[in-house]
Design a protein around this ligand. Structure first.
Ligand SMILES: *Cc1c(COP(=O)(O)O)cnc(C)c1O
Length: 448
């Protein structure tokens, strides 16, 4: 252990970690980053295959974004956002409204994904309080959903690993059986099915709509669940059902927004507009914490009245609408336009697929390869025929992660799912390296 690692462990409690694991696996102290690579203080380099937890789009230390920060910094670092405003936020809001699905016309700022989800839940609840449907006080979410880790957001999480112990202090929400395409109960295939599994949502909403304010969902890909991809027909059906029963559709595009799935926003795959949309992560290309919650004129109007009506949305965060964050977001959108990012990603994602199919699919423990745009994953199974999973206590993914780091690639499996979610600037050669190391690491794990 070097002296920085010793000090780190003296003082720091790392996120999402059992700190005891660090005894024989101390934190890797990163000194600098460039493009898809991270460099540690001991001179090792790592290909960042997970975009530093799904946030980085255009590589570490990107020249254009660095410059945008520097020039904003010369003008204004931050200002209170109530009664005050600034050009970067105004420009960003106009552009975001112009590019997100039809009808999302109002932009509310938050400072991380979870806080945008909190704002969305509060907004939806308050809307119904102010429009006379006082019984609509609950939310629904599907199995394996992930929407952040603050208490409100955790209430609509259905991954036990993160939420189970907290249940006594969480909101009471409806957990609805959602799509599970790799182990489809209907023996169908996500590419050709009619989202038959939607029947569970239909049942819940039909029975409980009087109590349900909103359904929150990760469109197209359930990220933390292990990059579970499902049919856009599910979303189309959900839009219709929500319309029929006056339930808000809350799209959590925090992970899938900004081109991750091949479209700018994942809702576009289904051609739907949600009532509320949450954005963060790629919004600032992996640079700064910033989040947006977008909503419709209809919802906005239910809050618009004389001050004394007490209908305002009294939600705020200290760093709401931070100007440097907004300047980065604006430059991120410039890069999308100037550098034809979505078109280039189409070619890259095709190459990624070819490589993954070629190098990973034949392994006896690779159960499925799945991909949507710049998200690709392989699910490791104990038995390819039965799709039986490994006991979580074996920590298969975690062990492969540690092997891959020795070979210079930062994969960060979710359970038994190894996924690739690289920065968009990744080259074909780097994709090759990323997948080759994944294969080598899987081999090594199963050989020992
Ligand atoms: C990451 C994530 C969040 C939470 O965002 P934070 O910025 O980590 O709080 C919420 N929803 C989804 C789908 C996410 O992937």
């Amino acid at each position: 252990m070097n002296s920085l690692q010793t000090k780190d462990l003296n003082y720091i409690w790392h996120p999402c970690s059992q700190m005891k694991d660090y005894e024989d696996f101390p934190p890797i102290v990163i000194d600098r980053g460039k493009g898809v690579f991270l460099y540690d203080v001991d001179g090792n380099k790592y290909l960042d295959a997970v975009s530093s937890w799904w946030v980085n789009l255009f590589g570490h230390s990107n020249k254009r974004i660095n410059k945008a920060i520097a020039s904003q910094l010369e003008k204004l670092e931050h200002v209170i956002f109530v009664n005050f405003s600034h050009e970067p936020a105004i420009e960003l809001s106009e552009r975001i409204v112009g590019m997100t699905p039809e009808g999302l016309n109002k932009v509310f700022f938050a400072d991380n994904g979870s806080s945008a989800v909190e704002a969305a839940l509060k907004l939806s609840f308050q809307y119904f309080q102010q429009t006379g449907k006082l019984k609509k006080t609950k939310f629904a979410a599907i199995t394996d959903s992930y929407h952040g880790e603050t208490t409100g957001a955790l209430s609509v999480n259905n991954i036990d690993l993160y939420s189970k112990i907290y249940k006594p202090i969480l909101l009471n929400t409806f957990k609805v059986e959602g799509p599970d395409c790799f182990r489809c109960k209907y023996s169908l295939n996500r590419d050709i099915c009619n989202a038959e599994c939607f029947e569970h949502m239909e049942e819940t909403i039909k029975e409980h709509h009087e109590e349900i304010a909103g359904v929150i969902i990760e469109p197209m890909v359930q990220g933390a669940a292990g990059m579970k991809i499902y049919s856009p027909i599910y979303l189309k059906k959900l839009r219709k059902l929500c319309d029929d029963y006056d339930v808000h559709l809350i799209a959590d595009e925090i992970a899938v927004g900004f081109g991750r799935t091949g479209k700018m926003f994942a809702c576009e795959h289904a051609g739907i507009s949600p009532d509320i949309m949450c954005l963060s992560k790629g919004l600032t290309a992996g640079y700064l914490p910033l989040a947006l919650m977008l909503t419709t004129d209809e919802i906005y109007k239910a809050f618009y009245d004389e001050y004394t009506s007490l209908k305002a949305f009294l939600h705020s965060h200290s760093y709401t609408g931070n100007p440097i964050g907004c300047a980065v977001a604006n430059e991120t959108l410039n890069i999308f336009e100037d550098e034809k990012v979505l078109e280039k990603n189409m070619v890259k994602s095709r190459f990624l697929k070819e490589k993954a199919v070629e190098l990973l699919l034949d392994h006896p423990n690779v159960g499925e390869f799945r991909q949507l745009g710049m998200i690709a994953a392989v699910e490791l199974v104990k038995n390819k025929e039965t799709r039986e999973t490994f006991d979580w206590k074996k920590r298969v993914g975690y062990k492969i992660y540690r092997i891959a780091l020795k070979h210079g690639v930062l994969l960060r499996p979710l359970g038994n799912v190894i996924y690739f979610m690289p920065p968009y600037v990744i080259s074909e050669e780097e994709i090759d390296l990323m997948i080759s190391v994944a294969r080598k690491s899987i081999n090594e794990y199963f050989e020992t």
